[in-house]
Design a protein around this ligand. Structure first.
Ligand SMILES: Cc1cc2nc3c(=O)[nH]c(=O)nc-3n(C[C@H](O)[C@H](O)[C@H](O)COP(=O)(O)OP(=O)(O)OC[C@H]3O[C@@H](n4cnc5c(N)ncnc54)[C@H](O)[C@@H]3O)c2cc1C
Length: 245
């Protein structure tokens, strides 16, 4: 996202609060690398806040012998489903898509596909969660709107994250588009506020499809260092093909 305009103010201080104290640090430049996973995305369905629902896999062995519904169909859901199955859980996947997502990593997909084909992991493709109860989840078939209950003990939501752009907004940096991506000069990573740079996945705000990830973010630091040193921007790196990105 290349910036189209700049404002004239330059940051000179940052307020810091910790344990009720606050102080200011003068800085000519600020780099914000706050990521894009401030909070987990919600389903917004009844029962989502029950204690059996979590967004973090944690230690998979605690699910041994339990029926776990994994909601989602991309890499996190796929990896969690496999790890849960290996740990002895009875795994069911609910995913809105008609099949495994095409961008699941190529070293994860075959094992999951095989487990589904063999009936070791149950896949409820083309479904969405309507409600979560203490012992069952109500799923809706997207194609015909019919519903059915899936008995479960636990629900693991792997449906992505939401970024928090409030720090950028508080500093006056322009955010654009539905993702609230940070407007910036791609050569220097400088935002619409001179002296404030952005690095890492924060660049793209809330990402649905992950276009900015670890590998293609490393160059951000080199661009910012070059800008600070007054050097020309570095060439774009040549990255290996990442079909799952
Ligand atoms: C389960 C899982 C698997 C993943 N697998 C991959 C993968 O295989 N490949 C890949 O490229 N990416 C993967 N990711 C995404 C990966 O975590 C991010 O791409 C990467 O961490 C982004 O780095 P970042 O430095 O931009 O942000 P982050 O790593 O998110 O770091 C941001 C930091 O800023 C801090 N912060 C946020 N707000 C503030 C604030 N207001 N003040 C001070 N500090 C703040 C946060 O606490 C955090 O420490 C995965 C993520 C998850 C959750």
């Amino acid at each position: 996202m290349r910036k189209s305009s700049t404002k004239s103010c330059r940051p000179t201080s940052i307020g810091i609060t910790a344990g009720g104290l606050s102080r200011s640090i003068n800085a000519q430049r600020i780099v914000l690398a706050v990521g894009g996973t401030a909070s987990t995305r919600r389903l917004d369905v009844p029962g989502e806040d029950l204690p059996i629902v979590t967004n973090k896999l944690g230690e998979p062995h605690r699910y041994f012998g339990r029926r776990v519904l994994v909601v989602g169909g991309k890499n996190s859901a796929a990896e969690s489903a496999i790890r849960l199955w290996r740990a002895g859980a009875d795994v069911i996947i609910s995913y809105r898509g008609e099949d495994l997502h095409p961008r699941i990593k190529y070293w994860i997909r075959p094992e999951l596909a095989s487990c589904i084909r063999s009936g070791l992991i149950a896949a409820r493709f083309g479904t969405r969660v309507l409600a979560i109860g203490p012992n069952a989840v109500t799923l809706e078939r997207i194609d015909d709107g019919s519903t059915f209950d899936e008995p479960i003990d636990d629900v693991l939501l792997q449906i992505g994250f939401v970024a928090d752009g409030s720090l950028f907004e508080a500093m006056g940096c322009e955010l654009v588009g539905p993702n609230k991506a940070v407007l910036h000069d791609t050569a220097t990573m400088e935002t619409s506020i001179p002296g404030i740079h952005v690095a890492g996945t924060a660049v793209n705000g809330t990402q649905g499809r992950y276009e900015i990830y670890i590998e293609n973010s490393h160059v951000h630091a080199v661009r910012i260092a070059a800008a600070l040193a007054g050097d020309p921007p570095p060439p774009d790196p040549i990255l290996p093909e990442l079909p799952e990105a």
